[in-house]
Design a protein around this ligand. Structure first.
Ligand SMILES: Cc1cc2nc3c(=O)[nH]c(=O)nc-3n(C[C@H](O)[C@H](O)[C@H](O)COP(=O)(O)OP(=O)(O)OC[C@H]3O[C@@H](n4cnc5c(N)ncnc54)[C@H](O)[C@@H]3O)c2cc1C
Length: 549
């Protein structure tokens, strides 16, 4: 394709992604200096359309950013009243009492929220401060300056043909240049991945780890609804096949968030995370709660799990990684939104000082220091060994040792274990299919459990079919020639949206990519054992349209 001419617009700070991290950064910049020119670009059709969290929100990030959020009408109305932790067996459960839990696991003072709605509200606050927010604008490329620094992004390219050539309604998009570019794309961001590789930001750090989280919203029988109740479970149905667990959060209006996370370092390529989730809902405790209710929404998203030791270097010339683009989830708490907000605030403060000093395009080292030495670093450091313990020694040992480790970190400020390493990345953790037995999953009953495609229709995802497939295969033959014989092509199972299929064509297996179904969870980019799938951003406005995830 001939060199594309694009208009360029100049800003002080360009922010990719209107999640809690990006919006916090935008708000803080304008709080510090109302004359700063700030733009936020979001690939979802509206702010919140692609946001998927549990979510129990620790309000510490919001308190720091907008202390009067209550008066300003933030959608945090359901305070956590009850915290339950259950260990499930196939037919029964044991409740783990709250007193041996380290204080950080306590949800007292936290809120059950729709993070989509919180982001919509934050966007309103940002716009009132004069921030330009452009939803439906996917940032597809980074723009580099003469000295190798990141100087901007390309956003808003539309209308390519399937082969990548310009179609009849082609729009080249624009270049948006900034003195600094903030990448707040959330987990496994495509531009973040490029930045991490180009500037070698993972050097000297542990590998990043992930889980895949799936979530449904249910409207349940009012008699069973207990607003403010939080329940976490572990154990069945995953057992020793994989790490993970569930969350059940009772918000208002008789709605319940039912979610399930499977750690992506599982070895058995026959494992089917989506079917584990469906099976989980048939546990007597869960089935009893959901019976008579209806599922009203479905979605999925990967979650970062590497924590403290896996956070890459956060800055390179002209660019900073915020929130889950750098992996700031506290895994045992299953919480990252508070850190995403705090990181946005810290990045904004560093950029403000730099711009005031007439700097641009350099490394915001003050941001890196604040994250590692400040509240985020403390939050993540305390729990840094829980995930590696779970991966190495399994659930029971990690509960005991991880609990002890969190207590000693909490009370004494150190760990007897030092900092444990995660070992292999999640793609490398997948073992050959011949070493494992296929797993027989019960057929969904259409009442409590649903087949994948029916559920995906409840994510309201949509992609313009004529555009290039945004799920790019490095080698077209790898799925059938390598992944199928070696790993029983696990893409058929690890994708929670049924994007990947192996079908028979003239008696031969063929790999099919139904990219229209994609819910932007990024699991394929993470778990493909051959690391042959690259998730790139489709044109803006495409993807899921989550109501109040
Ligand atoms: C199942 C699940 C349950 C969770 N539960 C909780 C919980 O209960 N509490 C909690 O605190 N945390 C929870 N988390 C973690 C939490 O969701 C993350 O820590 C948080 O979303 C990180 O915020 P962020 O702003 O970095 O990224 P995101 O919230 O992911 O926001 C990124 C935004 O950037 C946009 N974007 C991405 N790429 C581009 C691009 N190239 N161009 C334009 N826009 C782009 C996306 O569409 C999105 O809107 C959970 C996560 C999952 C998956």
């Amino acid at each position: 394709m001939a060199e594309i001419e694009r208009e360029a617009m100049e800003y002080d700070v360009v922010i990719v992604g209107a999640g809690p991290a990006g919006l916090s950064a935008a708000i803080r910049l304008k709080q510090l200096d109302s004359d700063l020119e700030v733009v936020v670009l979001e690939k979802g059709s509206e702010v919140g359309a692609h946001i998927l969290s549990g979510a129990v929100l620790d309000p510490c990030g919001l308190n720091a950013l907008i202390p009067d959020w209550k008066e300003k009408g933030a959608p945090l109305s359901v305070e956590v009243k009850e915290d339950n932790f259950l260990m499930l067996g196939e037919a029964g459960h044991v409740r783990i009492p709250n007193f041996p839990m380290p204080p950080l696991m306590n949800n007292h003072g936290n809120y059950i929220v729709s993070m989509g709605n919180v982001c919509r509200w934050m966007a309103e606050q940002a716009e009132e401060l004069g921030i330009e927010i452009f939803p439906g604008m996917a940032c597809s490329e980074l723009v580099y300056g003469d000295n190798g620094e990141v100087k901007g992004v390309v956003a808003g390219e539309f209308g390519k043909n399937a082969d990548g050539t310009p179609g009849p309604a082609y729009e080249p998009g624009m270049e948006l240049h900034g003195k600094y570019v903030f990448i707040s794309e959330g987990v496994r961001g495509s531009l973040a991945k490029e930045v991490i590789n180009k500037y070698d930001l993972q050097a000297g750090k542990d590998v990043q780890k992930y889980g895949v989280g799936m979530k449904e919203i249910w409207e349940i029988d009012p008699a069973k609804h207990k607003e403010g109740t939080v329940t976490h479970t572990m154990g069945w149905p995953l057992g020793s096949n994989a790490g993970g667990g569930s969350f059940i959060y009772h918000l208002d209006n008789n709605q319940v968030y039912v979610g399930f996370v499977v750690h992506l370092n599982y070895k058995n390529p026959h494992l089917f995370p989506y079917m584990e989730f469906q099976r989980f809902k048939h546990h007597p405790v869960v089935a009893e709660l959901l019976k008579g209710g209806k599922r009203v929404a479905y979605g999925a998203r990967a979650i970062t799990e590497g924590g403290y030791q896996s956070m890459p270097k956060l800055v390179a010339p002209g660019v900073a990684l915020l929130g889950c683009s750098a992996g700031m989830v506290n895994v045992p708490r299953i919480k990252g939104n508070h850190n995403a907000m705090l990181s946005g605030k810290a990045a904004a403060e560093a950029a403000y000082e730099a711009i005031k000093a007439e700097r641009s395009g350099d490394e915001l080292t003050a941001y890196e220091t604040e994250v590692r030495d400040g509240a985020i670093g403390k939050d993540l450091k305390m729990v840094r060994n829980v995930k590696p313990m779970w991966s190495k020694w399994g659930l029971t040992a990690s509960l005991a040792l991880g609990g002890l480790d969190m207590w000693t970190n909490n009370l004494l400020g150190f760990s007897f274990f030092g900092t444990l390493s995660h070992g292999k990345n999640d793609a490398e953790s997948t073992e050959e299919a011949s070493k494992h037995k296929p797993i027989d999953y019960p057929k969904p009953d259409g009442v409590l459990s649903f087949d994948r495609l029916t559920n995906v229709s409840f994510a309201m995802t949509n992609h313009e079919e004529s555009q290039p497939c945004h799920l790019q295969l490095g080698n077209q033959d790898t799925p059938i020639q390598v992944n199928l014989p070696k790993f029983a092509e696990p893409a058929q199972r690890y994708c929670p949206a049924g994007v990947y299929e192996v079908v028979e064509n003239d008696g031969k297996p063929e790999f099919v990519v139904n990219f229209q179904n994609c819910v932007h969870c990024k699991t394929c980019d993470i778990k493909d054992p051959s690391q042959n799938i690259t998730w790139t951003t489709p044109q803006g406005g495409d993807g899921p349209n989550y109501p109040n995830m």
